[in-house]
Design a protein around this ligand. Structure first.
Ligand code: SF4
Length: 343
């Protein structure tokens, strides 16, 4: 074979090609970790996804629903862990911890605590009482009624490359194994008021698509050996999720969402739900740092339920200009442009 040697005087010229902004954007997407909530954020509003995950405007913007839900998750995780360790469940300890967590929620959202939601007709005080007196005993009863099942994990971590490209991380709330068939059931605990409100999400829940694919890989199983269900501690309902061909349909859906992200489809989707978005000025729990970042937000509030926006979206390039017009309209100082920042 012929070999070529560079003479000592011959300089090796390396071609250095600067990456374009778009190539840097792709690198950033591929390096980042994905979760169901991140992809769901894009699905609900592309502009919110951009503000949050690409511009990195991470702020804490809790709500009574998320904080009450977190308290329930912690209680359910403790109950599951006692069962996994085959120890008697210390309900008094779990109840006391839950009560302390809920007192904090009640203090922070005193008005919301006594407001009935439109779906279950219950306020949080009732939801709290229902949980400590009835619903927290669900898991023990469920296992007694289904002696073929055992819990094999609470908050089971997943780390999985979807489509060999996108790294998903997260945790499965509860994992059961059927001792007779060696099949698995993934359970996700939701603090939804009832299943009726979310029945459209049962057929192809993307969260379960990712979890099932990840679990199948971890356990070297087929996804046919895995089923999924939601448990709702507030209404004490159990609902199976992931209907016929949900893996195929969900995989196609996820791929189409990633295609849109790659195509930078970051348009805002104004709707009444903006009122709970951390980038919406009408959201009382949103910090000042974030609540003035979306000029396209719907102005909808419970008191004035009108769904319109102060500014229409044109292009992402126009956003800084529109943002400043929006700020001026609300007597806020304008923000320096990027070029001025670099000076
Ligand atoms: S306020 Fe509405 S339109 Fe704006 S980022 Fe949030 S969800 Fe999207």
């Amino acid at each position: 074979m012929e070999t070529q040697n560079n003479s000592p005087n011959e300089e090796k010229v390396e071609e250095v090609v600067e990456k374009t902004e778009y190539e840097k954007f792709i690198d950033k997407l591929l390096e980042s970790k994905w979760s169901y909530s991140k992809i769901d954020c894009f699905k609900s509003c592309g502009f919110k996804f951009k503000l949050k995950y690409l511009d990195k405007n991470f702020v804490y913007s809790g709500s009574i629903a998320t904080e009450f839900g977190t308290a329930i998750h912690k209680a359910e995780e403790s109950i599951g862990n006692y069962i996994i360790k085959n120890e008697p469940i210390n309900y008094i300890k779990i109840k006391n911890k839950f009560m302390i967590d809920c007192i904090k929620v009640k203090k922070r959202y005193s008005n919301d605590w006594i407001t009935k939601d439109d779906y279950s007709g219950k306020d949080y005080e009732t939801k709290y009482q229902d949980y400590i007196h009835k619903n927290m005993f669900y898991l023990e009863k469920y296992l007694k009624d289904n002696p073929n099942l055992e819990i094999v994990g609470s908050e089971v971590p997943i780390n999985f490359k979807f489509d060999d490209t996108w790294t998903f991380t997260g945790s499965i709330d509860r994992l059961y194994r059927d001792k007779t068939t060696d099949k698995y059931i993934i359970e996700d605990i939701k603090s939804w008021p009832n299943i009726e409100k979310h029945k459209d999400e049962l057929a192809t829940p993307l969260q379960f698509v990712v979890y099932s694919l990840a679990l199948a890989k971890m356990k070297e199983k087929s996804t046919d050996d895995i089923s999924c269900q939601y448990y709702l501690p507030i209404s004490n309902e159990l609902a199976s999720a992931g209907h016929k061909n949900y893996i195929e349909k969900g995989t196609a859906k996820l791929m189409s969402l990633f295609e849109k992200i790659l195509a930078q489809e970051f348009k805002p989707a104004p709707k009444p739900l903006c009122h709970w978005c951390e980038f919406c000025r009408t959201n009382e729990s949103a910090p000042n740092k974030s609540k003035w970042l979306c000029p396209y937000a719907s102005v909808w509030t419970r008191e004035r339920p009108a769904n319109w926006s102060e500014f229409n979206f044109t292009t992402l390039e126009e956003y800084p200009k529109i943002l400043n017009q929006y700020r001026l309209q609300h007597d806020l100082p304008v923000l320096p442009s990027e070029s001025e920042n670099k000076k």
